[in-house]
Design a binder for this molecule. Structure first.
Ligand code: FES
Length: 124
């Protein structure tokens, strides 16, 4: 198995396997990441929601440069991973805020991407 060391470009996914508006969870070395394409730009983030580790490939929405988890709608920017909203859903009853308090607010890790030959690569 590929050993992960810091600071290298790594092949993550063939460009043929990702269409605009789609995203996929992939394992690169031992790290699970999410790769997506929005407005013809690739992006890569942690694979799991920072709130309660829901896989973001399963139903997360990407719009306005943000990714929103479907479970409690925690939202982060895909440009720099900054937290926009932490577990706001559902509002009534205020279950979202309650489960939001079960873990500390965190930013999402964002990985640089590039295309090399036929591969989308990520840097970490
Ligand atoms: S697990 Fe994603 S918002 Fe709660």
């Amino acid at each position: 198995m590929l050993e992960i060391k810091d600071g290298k470009w790594r092949n993550a996914l063939s460009v043929k396997k990702l269409k605009n508006g789609k995203k996929k969870m992939v394992t690169v070395g031992k790290k699970m990441i999410l790769i997506g394409m929005q407005n013809d730009q690739y992006f890569a983030t942690d694979a799991l929601c920072r709130h309660m580790r829901w896989p973001l490939a399963w139903g997360a929405k990407v719009e306005d440069d943000c990714i929103r988890c479907p479970l409690h709608q925690t939202t982060h920017k895909i440009t720099d991973g900054e937290l926009v909203e932490w577990s706001p859903f559902p509002l009534f009853p205020p279950y979202g805020k309650l489960v939001g308090k079960m873990s500390r607010e965190k930013n999402l890790t964002i990985y640089e991407t590039r295309v090399e030959d036929t591969q989308i690569q990520v840097y970490f």
